[in-house]
Design a protein around this ligand. Structure first.
Ligand SMILES: Nc1ncnc2c1ncn2[C@@H]1O[C@H](COP(=O)(O)OP(=O)(O)OP(=O)(O)O)[C@@H](O)[C@H]1O
Ligand SMILES: [Mg+2]
Length: 444
């Protein structure tokens, strides 16, 4: 064993060569402490080997929680490390309880480590969720206890709730500090990769929404998932930010009920269910995320303003794209928007980065501006260029098919879209065509 002396900040984990009164990184006073670390000698026994799919096939377990399987890229990969982040109270513990229970139902051993809730709290949660599979719970904050538990018995799956509350008592830093998280996660990942235990680290997020702790944590794990959604609404979205075993554009949609999280199988119906009798400023947009199309509602209001600086606000649509879109509408259609506030909302809390939403946003603005109803059976998609041209987008066929499935009769879209029986496609070349279709025809 080699011993080394290190000076490190208790608060932020910053390392220095000598003792200092003030940490140069976080500015904390008297936070730099000296401590000794013991490094184990590196093993010299590993040799390079050739690997092939026949010798070491990829093993996946399909959980049967459809939305989770989808986001993971077709089930959980054996031995993989997953980091699950999300706002407080969004449902991270609930989701992991359900996964652990499913693993037990499928005949695998699962372990739940909780450093945040007592056994009594966890048992009442288990009762409320009516979980079929029963798994052992380890209530501890010590990384050594966890390492002992996973080396004593082989678990196929383990949850660490949460990585910030787990600490190494030999380090002087507080739990949740950068050095503690680095140390704890490195040791847990090494041990669980060795024993091929698939594991989920639950991670707290900062005020800005990033996972608290070092960025290196996100590099070390195989998959980073974010659980997000408006807590006042009953549904939650699970998104992959990084995935070594699958695509990252898939979104899993869950509904939060008393009995736990339930996968939403038909999100389009779910997102447009509350639409009711529509008025001006509302359009439908077939969004494609990952392999799945979802029809969303885009709303706009354009009230008159007496201020010299009109307001532009957008929820779910990129604000810079909105500025550009308004400029294009003003230039090409010669419509003045300087005396109008413009507010855009993509309902359901979806954040859409797909440029195909441009046409639906433009349609909503024109509909609100002219105070006319576009109709319940019309959807729009297409990217708008700076000269007002409507450009082709990907997955046009999938978007049209989803519209047809929802009973949408008319779709305004870029030219070149395939015809789908049951849906009338109206190809548009520029936003002048959009104006003609929506406003001039309505006036006539
Ligand atoms: N009895 C209940 N009925 C319905 N929903 C409940 C009930 N109890 C809890 N919930 C829901 O579960 C959510 C809490 O879920 P959970 O504890 O899994 O969140 P979390 O992300 O683990 O939170 P934390 O960051 O605090 O650990 C609450 O926001 C609430 O919506
Ligand atoms: Mg929790």
């Amino acid at each position: 064993m080699a011993k080394k002396t290190v000076f490190s900040c208790e608060a932020c984990g910053h390392e220095t060569f000598k003792w200092m009164g003030k940490c140069p990184k976080c500015g904390g006073w008297d936070t730099i402490k000296e401590f000794r670390i013991e490094k184990e000698e590196l093993s010299q026994q590993e040799k390079p080997i050739f690997v092939s799919e026949e010798d070491l096939p990829e093993e996946r377990i399909i959980l049967g929680i459809n939305e989770m399987d989808r986001v993971l890229g077709g089930g959980i990969t054996c031995g993989s490390s997953i980091l699950l982040g999300g706002d407080p109270g969004i449902g991270k513990t609930t989701l992991c309880f359900e996964i652990a229970s499913k693993m037990v139902e499928l005949g695998f051993d699962a372990l739940y480590v909780s450093g945040e809730e007592s056994l009594r709290q966890l048992s009442s949660r288990k009762k409320r969720l009516h979980l079929k599979g029963s798994f052992p719970i380890l209530a501890t904050n010590h990384v050594e206890d966890i390492l002992r538990a996973v080396s004593d018995k082989h678990y196929k799956f383990a949850v660490i709730d949460s990585i910030q509350s787990t600490y190494n008592s030999r380090l002087p830093m507080l739990p949740g500090s950068v050095s503690q998280i680095k140390d704890v996660s490195t040791r847990l990942i090494m041990e669980m990769k060795r024993s091929e235990t698939a594991h989920v680290f639950i991670g707290h997020v900062t005020k800005e929404g990033a996972i608290a702790g070092p960025k290196i944590l996100e590099h070390m794990v195989d998959t980073v998932l974010y659980f997000e959604g408006d807590k006042t609404l009953p549904y939650r979205m699970l998104r992959a930010i990084k995935n070594r075993y699958g695509p990252i554009d898939e979104v899993g949609i869950f509904q939060m009920r008393t009995e736990g999280l339930v996968s939403v199988e038909n999100p389009s119906e779910f997102f447009v269910a509350d639409r009711g009798d529509i008025s001006s400023g509302s359009t439908l947009f077939p969004y494609v995320t990952g392999s799945r199309p979802i029809v969303l509602e885009v709303q706009a209001i354009t009230p008159k303003t007496t201020f010299s600086m009109p307001k532009r606000l957008s929820l779910g649509y990129d604000i810079n794209r909105l500025f550009i879109l308004i400029a294009v509408l003003e230039k090409v259609l010669e419509k003045p928007f300087f005396d109008r506030d413009i507010y855009i909302n993509v309902t359901g809390g979806m954040k859409v980065a797909d440029p195909a939403i441009d046409l639906a946003v433009a349609g909503s603005i024109l509909s609100s501006y002219n105070d006319m109803n576009i109709g319940k059976d019309t959807a729009l998609f297409g990217e708008i260029g700076l000269t007002g041209e409507i450009r082709k987008v990907i997955n046009m066929e999938a978007r049209l098919k989803e519209c047809e499935r929802l009973g949408i009769k008319r779709v305004l879209c870029p030219r070149g879209a395939e015809r789908i029986p049951g849906v009338e496609t109206i190809p548009l070349k520029t936003i002048r065509d959009l104006h003609k279709q929506l406003v001039e025809k309505n006036d006539a």
